[in-house]
Design a binder for this molecule. Structure first.
Ligand SMILES: Nc1ccn([C@@H]2O[C@H](COP(=O)(O)OP(=O)(O)OP(=O)(O)O)[C@@H](O)[C@H]2O)c(=O)n1
Ligand SMILES: C[C@](O)(CO)[C@H](O)COP(=O)(O)O
Length: 250
């Protein structure tokens, strides 16, 4: 149990995994013999900073995840609830599930599709929330990233090559003082033009006065997205275990 604010993690698993193209949501695919979502929940279950976990799952598979939670003996999981139509809707549902918590408590929102998150990354997020209302895990980009525009004669052309040294690729967890996340999401959900691909982006857009801190992440914290990513994740997990890495996923 942590001292100070209560820390509630939400494992976001409301997506159907269209890009993976598997018959069931990708978070149920086996990774070294256990469903991907079980690895993701296990990381927060094992984290000494985390007090409670809520899981948001595609509605028709809620019962399946309840079984996974019971069989794994995850004692911190308080509820498995249906996710929303978009990731942003699922994040909002997660925050709504935390209605009983104080504004000063902390929420960590994590993609179920990132089963390789390390213990140290969760610890670093919670520590950073001591000095900031919003934090996001991110890694530098090894590739040059460009902004594109439609070409004059069709196709795409490069419109801008931003300074790579200032670019980061966002991962999860992304953590918030609950009061900050609640205010941002209230504004976001009332905005008919809302477009968001992560939760830090919602805070940045709707609470521009709020500093969103970056916590350095790990290249291994991949988001299982496309066919082949499960094999990549298995290779990474085996390597982390083989190196007896103390912060490696279980
Ligand atoms: N309505 C949604 C959509 C996504 N997610 C979750 O957000 C994470 C990152 O999303 P992504 O990798 O895009 O998952 P999917 O939406 O399932 O994939 P796709 O876009 O290929 O359908 C995943 O853990 C996913 O389950 C969610 O909780 N609710
Ligand atoms: C939140 C996220 O993982 C940060 O990189 C990412 O934006 C999720 O995007 P997705 O399209 O929902 O996979």
């Amino acid at each position: 149990m942590s001292a100070g604010p209560r820390v509630i993690a939400a494992v976001l698993a409301g997506g159907v995994g269209a890009r993976m193209g598997a018959p069931s949501p990708k978070q149920l695919l086996p990774l070294e013999g256990r469903p991907i979502i079980e690895h993701s929940i296990a990381a927060f279950e094992a984290s000494p900073e985390v007090d409670e976990i809520v899981v948001l799952m595609v509605e028709e598979y809620v019962g399946r995840v309840e079984d996974i939670v019971a069989e794994a003996g995850f004692s911190k999981v308080s509820r498995v609830l249906p996710g929303g139509a978009t990731r942003t809707d699922t994040s909002y549902a997660a925050l709504s599930a935390m209605a009983g918590a104080a504004d000063s408590d902390l929420a960590l929102l994590h993609d179920a599709a990132r089963p390789l998150v390390r213990a140290g990354t969760i610890t670093a997020c919670v520590a950073a929330l001591g000095a900031a209302g919003a934090v996001g895990v991110a890694v530098p980009s090894a590739d040059t990233v460009v902004r594109v525009a439609p070409g004059r004669t069709g196709g795409e052309v490069i419109a801008q090559t931003p300074d790579r040294s200032r670019l980061r690729r966002m991962q999860t967890p992304q953590g918030f003082r609950l009061g900050v996340a609640r205010r941002a999401y209230e504004l976001a959900m009332a905005d008919p033009s809302l477009v968001a691909t992560d939760d830090c982006g919602v805070v940045l857009r709707y609470l521009p006065e709020e500093e969103v801190r970056i916590v350095p992440g790990e290249e291994t914290n991949i988001k299982v997205t496309n066919p082949g990513d499960v094999e990549v994740a298995e290779t990474l997990l085996r390597r982390m275990r083989a190196h007896a890495d103390p912060g490696a996923p279980s």
